[in-house]
Write a protein that binds this ligand. Structure first.
Ligand code: GDP
Length: 365
């Protein structure tokens, strides 16, 4: 049967004519753009030290920029912020997509801010951010409670040419956040090894979120990642999944027995929780803070930070040397011909590499 509303006589749903597009916008705006005064490095630093989140956000954008002018300014800002940084706890949080990272970070963040006060910054290292030109990690919409919390600052993963580049920028952003008074830093990451290593190299505690029944605990697939973890937490321990999670926890504990004793002297713990239902969150953070007390007491906390500083010095050298080589116009010009030579079997890879390197070094003289 025809719906009564389709009847002409039915007047319940009057459709009014809409308003057409306006012909002019505010002429004042058209004539005069908002001229924002160009900020100096000192302006950025002043804003950051005051804890101004808008200026902090702009400074992070500066750090992430690939423009050479921005690069110099960013380095100046970072250097000036350095004396005010370091006074924080940095926690890396990793897990496969779907492990429940964002749900958990939302809960973790609210818990930590409530129990320990201070301010929290959530940053991210996403190895796929270059390919996708965007990152799902550290996305505000994924963390509903934290994103509206006045003491939190959430920043998605930077996108840069390489994972090393992404990680370095995240590390520099940590400095800025700390100078702005963020004394708790979460670094979220995902991946199958490399990004976890990068994350591990800038945090004090590395938390690995696992799921039950993926077989990782039995096959030791991600052994390298497990070895980096200071704590392993099994998520989604709720409903009829509880027993499976507890069994997985036992398997992980058993697997950890076969790993060499960590340098920190801390034996990683395995806990179960439910990020969605907020169960077992307190136990996780009691563990993390117990770890901090333990490693601050035995000196490992400071030792690890020093080692990381050294690691990043070498990483930066490596990255800049590589960049300087690959972006050199003469090298760029010759690269294709050398590559062709190798592909056509006219030259060995080593000879071609040596020729390019010799060309590069000769240019430096
Ligand atoms: P991410 O990709 O690691 O950030 O994972 P999400 O936080 O987006 O979570 C992936 C899916 O798992 C979502 O549908 C969540 O609702 C669900 N999830 C997250 N935590 C839990 C939990 O503790 N229990 C249950 N049952 N589901 C959860």
């Amino acid at each position: 049967m025809e719906h009564p509303e389709n009847d002409e006589a039915y007047k319940g749903l009057a459709v009014n004519k809409g308003v057409g597009p306006v012909t002019t916008i505010n002429p004042y705006l058209q004539r005069k753009r908002f001229a924002r005064r160009k900020m100096s490095a000192a302006d950025y630093v002043e804003g950051i030290l005051k804890g101004d989140t808008s200026i902090l956000g702009q400074a992070v954008t500066l750090v992430e920029s690939t423009h050479p002018d921005h690069h110099a300014m960013a380095q100046e800002v970072i250097e000036k912020c350095l004396p005010y940084s370091g006074n924080s706890v940095r926690i890396g949080i990793s897990g496969v997509p779907g492990a429940g990272k964002s749900t958990s970070i939302d809960e973790f963040g609210i818990h930590v801010l409530k129990e320990h006060g201070g301010k929290l910054a959530v940053l991210a290292i996403d190895p796929s951010s270059e390919r996708s030109k965007g990152s799902i990690l550290g996305d505000k919409t994924r963390m509903e409670k934290l994103s509206v919390h006045p003491d939190s600052f959430i920043r998605p993963s930077p996108s840069a040419g390489s994972l090393g580049g992404v990680a370095r920028k995240t590390r520099e952003t940590i400095v800025l956040c700390e100078a702005a008074g963020y004394d708790k830093i979460f670094v979220e990451t995902v991946g199958v090894g490399q990004s976890e290593t990068a994350c591990h190299s800038m945090v004090d505690f590395f938390l690995l979120i696992q799921l039950a029944g993926t077989g990782d605990e039995l096959q030791g697939i991600k052994r390298g990642i497990m070895e980096m973890a200071d704590g392993i937490v099994i998520n989604k321990c709720d409903g009829n999944n509880v027993e499976k999670c507890q069994m997985a926890a036992t398997s992980f504990r058993n697997a950890l027995h076969f790993f060499p004793k960590p340098e920190s002297g801390w034996l990683p713990k395995v806990l179960t929780y439910s990020g969605f239902y907020g169960l077992g969150i307190k136990e996780i953070w009691d563990m993390v803070y117990e770890y901090f007390a333990f490693v601050k007491d035995n000196g490992y906390f400071a030792y690890r930070r020093n080692e990381q500083a050294k690691y990043w010095m070498y990483e930066t050298i490596n990255e800049q040397l590589r960049q300087s080589f690959y972006e050199n116009p003469t090298i760029v010009e010759r690269m294709t011909a050398e590559e062709r030579g190798v592909l056509d079997g006219k030259k060995t890879s080593f000879v071609a590499a040596k020729e390019l390197l010799d060309t590069y070094f000769a240019l430096l003289h």
